[in-house]
Design a protein around this ligand. Structure first.
Ligand SMILES: [Cu+2]
Length: 166
């Protein structure tokens, strides 16, 4: 089969619109970043430790606070509306990109130094043998979700935990 680029334009979808046009465009937020959390005192501080080591059998074992992932366990119980500071330590000899579902993380300290610019991340790197400090406003949503290392092999080998916000 010929590549698409040599066959000219291709119709991917056809949109049919009906009804009257909207009277006014929908409101657009006047800012896209969440509020800077550095000026507030966190409701709670937690420490999470990312670890890696040899398992009793074959291969590597990847843990958070010494535990491999178990979906039945709640690792972090958080109050809805809380603003927390999480210090994520890494005792392993390799970096781990830490990802939290649902809520953005504001990075307040990276590699032992304060982060001066307001910086929000979906994934933060936690350097080998180092730590990263983030603040999280647990607003807008409640329920159970996960945080995990974003390296698929590490996540699959246990480096994931459950956070429940109620
Ligand atoms: Cu990892």
């Amino acid at each position: 089969m010929e590549p698409i680029s040599r066959r000219g334009p291709v119709t991917l979808a056809t949109l049919t619109v009906a009804g009257r046009a909207a009277a006014a465009p929908p409101d657009v937020p006047d800012r896209t970043n969440p509020a800077d959390l550095r000026g507030r005192e966190p409701s709670r501080r937690r420490e999470l430790t990312l670890g890696a080591g040899m398992s009793a059998g074959m291969g590597m074992r990847f843990t958070i606070d010494g535990k491999e992932f178990d979906h039945r366990r709640t690792d972090q119980a958080v109050r809805a509306g809380a603003m927390e500071e999480w210090t994520i330590r890494n005792t392993a000899p390799m970096d781990h990109p830490f990802h939290l579902h649902v809520w953005p993380m504001q990075v307040v300290e990276q590699d032992g130094a304060p982060v001066t610019e307001p910086t929000w991340r979906d994934v933060v790197n936690v350097p080998a043998g180092g730590q990263t400090v983030v603040r999280i406003a647990f607003d807008d949503f409640t329920g159970r979700t996960v945080y995990h290392c974003h390296i698929l092999d590490h996540e699959d080998a246990g480096m994931m935990g459950v956070v429940e916000v109620t």
